[in-house]
Design a protein around this ligand. Structure first.
Ligand SMILES: O=P(O)(O)OC[C@@]1(O)O[C@H](CO)[C@@H](O)[C@@H]1O
Length: 385
């Protein structure tokens, strides 16, 4: 790979990353305080978190949660430095870890282990939009083989629009304008012989439902002999899926009639039989990109026939959260990854690689905020050489 592009920080006023801290986070905290009867202590800690992260210096964690040691190491060289100098990837992750501590997620008391984002995730899963998207899966048996292959991949890609952190943005547009690169044929070209497929999930609710449909399709078509579904160990980035969410979405699916209910029951059976496994490695909430993944996780991905990376944050962590020229090669920036990898992502941040010059120029000419509007998506794949 050539020289590294500049890392994205949160300190450039008006930039996307700056707006996440100065506009999105205050709105999110307001929503949390409306959704839970938090007392003055929690509300004060949340207000202090906003003050610290928008104008202060990085303070250490003051809890003794099991992940404290890991975080102390990840934060060590940033303590005392202004937040504005921190990279977007690091800062956002530390923000969510501090938010959990602020509400008392790790401490004895009524908020211990309570997912602060559960009301939003549940509302999303029970929404008319989610019901309509789920009902569409009942048409799958009516499609031919190619049609089903295409439909499940498209659903998994565009399911990534249903991201509740993103919906808190003032400029979220949300229409599906199209794929800027890749297609479902590229996705399926990675699958040769059946083997273990790893899916690194992103958001819960509708996106996770679409991911479970894809998991079922991988197993029923023999593309995978086993699927490992990776989720976050703790609530993160508002709507990211945790093990409890996998269960919640699965229970929702199996209550439904038609093919979608049948898919839910097959996934349930797959979990019971060990064909599907759910993992929640601590690294999925780490403030680092996948280049810095620990040895055990690297080994897991190395043993996968294909790893599917869902969503915007996983994309940022996969390619590096940097101002890459959009024509930078996806294969080059992911060459460190220990096995075949495919990204399914709606564009919601400034990072993008792997576009051809003409596409990037056309998108720039539209004058749209195409990198961050959530209207465009991509499918990109790489195999180690
Ligand atoms: O990973 P996801 O759910 O697709 O997106 C996460 C996201 O909403 O959060 C970040 C800012 O908060 C952006 O990179 C992105 O838009």
């Amino acid at each position: 790979m050539g020289s590294e592009a500049q890392s994205i920080t949160i300190g450039v006023p008006g930039s996307f990353a700056w707006k996440v801290f100065h506009e999105r986070h205050p709105a999110m905290i307001e929503q949390l305080c409306a959704a839970f009867p938090f007392g003055a202590g929690v509300r004060d800690r949340l207000a202090e978190l906003l003050r610290e992260t928008t104008g202060g210096v990085v303070e250490p964690l003051d809890d003794d949660a099991p992940d404290h040691g890991a975080w102390a190491a990840w934060a060590e060289d940033r303590l005392g430095r202004p937040w504005s100098e921190c990279s977007f990837l690091w800062a956002e992750s530390y923000f969510f870890r501090k938010l959990l501590a602020a509400i008392g997620y790790f401490a004895p008391g009524p908020w211990r282990g309570i997912d602060p984002f559960a009301p939003m995730k549940n509302a999303e899963l029970g929404s008319a939009g989610a019901a309509e998207a789920l009902a569409a899966f009942n048409e799958l048996p009516l499609l031919g083989e190619r049609g089903r292959d295409d439909a499940v991949v498209q659903a998994a890609v565009w399911g990534n629009q249903a991201d509740l952190a993103f919906r808190m943005s003032v400029d979220a547009e949300g229409a599906a304008a199209g794929l800027v690169t890749g297609d479902s044929l590229l996705f399926w070209s990675l699958f040769d012989a059946p083997g273990p497929v790893h899916l690194v999930a992103d958001n819960s609710a509708g996106e996770l439902a679409a991911d479970l449909v894809l998991v079922d399709h991988l197993l029923t078509t023999g593309r995978a002999d086993r699927v490992v579904l990776h989720v976050k160990p703790t609530p993160y980035y508002v709507s990211d899926a945790t093990p409890a969410d996998v269960l919640g979405v699965l229970r929702h699916l199996i209550e439904l009639a038609g093919e979608v209910g049948a898919i839910g029951r097959r996934v349930w059976d797959g979990l019971r039989a060990g064909r599907i496994e759910v993992r929640d490695h601590p690294f999925f909430c780490a403030p680092l990109d996948y280049r810095g993944m620990p040895y055990d996780l690297r080994e897991e991905f190395a043993s996968a026939s294909v790893t599917i990376m869902k969503g915007d944050l996983n994309y940022r962590r996969l390619v590096g959260d940097r101002y890459w020229p959009p024509t930078t090669s996806f294969v080059d920036v992911t060459s460190y990854f220990p096995g075949p990898v495919v990204a399914l992502r709606v564009l919601k941040s400034e990072v993008v690689v792997g576009l051809d010059e003409a596409t990037a120029a056309t998108l720039d000419k539209t004058g749209d905020a195409w990198r961050t509007s959530g209207s465009y998506a991509l499918i990109q794949a790489a195999r180690p050489v």
